[in-house]
Design a protein around this ligand. Sequence first.
Ligand code: NAD
Ligand code: PRE
Length: 304
Amino acid sequence: MSVIYGRVALIGLGLIASSMFWAMKRGGLAGEVTGYARSAETRETAREIGLCDRVCDSAAEAVDGADLVVLCVPVGAMGAVAQEIAPALKPGATVSDVGSVKKAVISAVAPHLPQGVHFVPAHPMAGTEHSGPTSGFAELFDNKYCLIVPVTGSDRAAVNRLESLWHALGSKTDEMDADHHDLVCAVTSHAPHLIAYTMVGVADDIRRVTDSEVIKYSAAGFRDFTRIAASDPTMWRDVFLSNKDATLEILGRFTEELFALQKAIRDGDGDHLHEYFTRTRAIRKGIIDAGQDTDAPDFGRGKV
Ligand SMILES: NC(=O)c1ccc[n+]([C@@H]2O[C@H](COP(=O)([O-])OP(=O)(O)OC[C@H]3O[C@@H](n4cnc5c(N)ncnc54)[C@H](O)[C@@H]3O)[C@@H](O)[C@H]2O)c1
Ligand SMILES: O=C(O)C(=O)C[C@]1(C(=O)O)C=C[C@@H](O)C=C1
């Protein structure tokens, strides 16, 4: 593959930025990648592990001369970071982000960007429960979607160039508007995380009664919940506070359905439970048939 941006700056050196860096190196997609993180400890770790060609001690220094700047900080920090880097941005540069919420990030970032700088928000639908500079790996984005959320007046050439970077990082891309993005992610990612956090919290309360049995006897189902519930607290606090409306809408529907299932159990309404579980099983089969569960081992195929 060939160089897509001469100079890329990554602001915030955690899971997503480090994975982008290793994937850019894998494909030779950037001439030079600079990086900046707020904490001196993170910058030191980045230097030690060779994360970024040059780790800078200020955000302004990192973005100086960059053709692409990617904001990889928690959603609640995006506005302040945009304000900090704005005076140092090169005219004609593209600013993008990888935030899990789009409407709030666009409102926080766009007002700070000078004329002549292109803003192309994006969101890779890929991650793990790990965070920090040592957690990234080049394959994270392979076969995953990256959602591109152009803003009003986004320059087409800048959007296409960013999409070509995500393709070269291994991802498929789709474009959508911010409202739609935030609703889709509330369903597919944000509400599920809150449910996992809650379930693990409930188990932790019960553990005090049953000693360590909850962990000792937990099989795959609960363990998967604990993986999700181990995700970074700062990141997820910011996601819920920034995608309030869509998350509350989905949680409202979730609660209604939960109550209906609760009633079916109390009433001994097996038909209701069976129909419901048959419908959800078909959804899983649809995902696998569409080849979208790239993490699923073969045991899933053909059996559901
Ligand atoms: N983790 C995921 O699964 C995932 C997936 C897709 C998108 N995202 C989004 O990507 C972004 C980064 O997430 P991550 O998982 O890489 O997080 P992370 O916690 O691994 O890394 C965040 C980095 O930002 C730095 N940081 C925090 N505040 C800062 C500030 N004000 N200025 C400069 N640096 C600052 C932290 O020190 C850390 O290095 C978030 O907006 C998140 O919503 C995360
Ligand atoms: O795989 C995981 O651990 C994730 O939580 C990744 C996940 C998701 O919910 O799918 C988390 C947040 C994102 O913004 C995008 C992807």
